[in-house]
Design a protein around this ligand. Structure first.
Ligand SMILES: [Zn+2]
Length: 261
């Protein structure tokens, strides 16, 4: 069985169930922590620290330690919270923009459990995301605008995914534009660029690579990026395929319509 002090430390670190001092005394706060922990983990809620509660309290900390190790830490998976575990939690919290309290609560577990596979996900082609015109039958694309608060009217345009440049040209409606064929056959196009892009037809491009500058060439009213995506020969709504990556800023009115990686 864990010592009382160790139980208190485990229960404090795990979802802050124990809020008192680590004093080795079973008082009302410790008993409350036993009950809260039992309820949370589906054990019989009797406030008594028995074999099952002890086993579970070690297992949840082992699980936490394994999750931290999967993020690059190197903790002993012993189910015992010590300085190394608390320090790893704090480092993980700092690296993920969370409050560094050394307690593995809901936000920390959400981040620990979040292992997105970004390998097949498209990113928005601009770093300030403000959709000014949505996809419709008469506009089978997304228009992305700009803000003087972020990057200004000549935002950098980035490839939404790895691929090969198939077009770098000028057309009266599209203005300067670039098309990229992706390895799965999809094609993305970036229109109304400020100037002719520096990319070369046939050149390999990586996801997130800078390919041009937002402008208003061709049939554009004001600076914006007209972005379209073709899948299996049909123009699709890009909003269903694009993801916001960390570091990209979304305008307030678009926060609820975009997807996040
Ligand atoms: Zn458009």
């Amino acid at each position: 069985m864990l010592t009382i002090k160790q139980r208190q430390l485990n229960l404090r670190t795990y979802y802050y169930f124990y809020k008192g001092n680590i004093d080795g005394i079973v008082g009302s706060q410790t008993k409350q922590a036993y009950r809260d922990f039992q309820r949370f983990t589906g054990l019989t809620v009797d406030g008594i620290y028995g074999k099952n509660t002890n086993y579970k309290l070690i297992e949840v900390i082992k699980d936490l330690q394994r999750k931290l190790n999967s993020k690059g830490f190197n903790l002993a998976v012993d189910g015992i919270v010590g300085n190394a575990t608390i320090s790893a939690i704090k480092t993980f919290q700092r690296n993920n923009g969370l409050a560094q309290d050394g307690i593995a609560g809901k936000n920390t577990f959400n981040k620990l459990n979040n292992t997105p596979d970004t390998s097949n996900k498209y990113r928005y082609p601009v770093n300030y995301i403000n959709i000014t015109q949505y996809y419709s039958s008469s506009h089978r694309a997304l228009d992305l605008g700009w803000s003087s608060r972020y990057y200004g009217s000549n935002q950098a345009i980035y490839a939404c995914f790895d691929g090969t440049v198939t077009v770098n040209s000028y057309a009266s409606d599209a203005g300067y534009y670039v098309a990229i064929r992706h390895d799965n056959g999809d094609v993305s196009r970036y229109m109304h660029l400020k100037d002719k892009s520096w990319v070369k037809v046939g050149q390999r491009i990586g996801k997130g690579e800078h390919i041009g500058t937002m402008g208003d060439t061709g049939n554009a009213r004001g600076n914006h990026l007209h972005f379209d995506l073709t899948k299996n020969g049909s123009r699709v709504n890009p909003i269903d395929y694009l993801y916001v990556y960390s570091g990209q800023v979304v305008s307030d009115k678009c926060k609820s319509v975009v997807r996040y990686i």
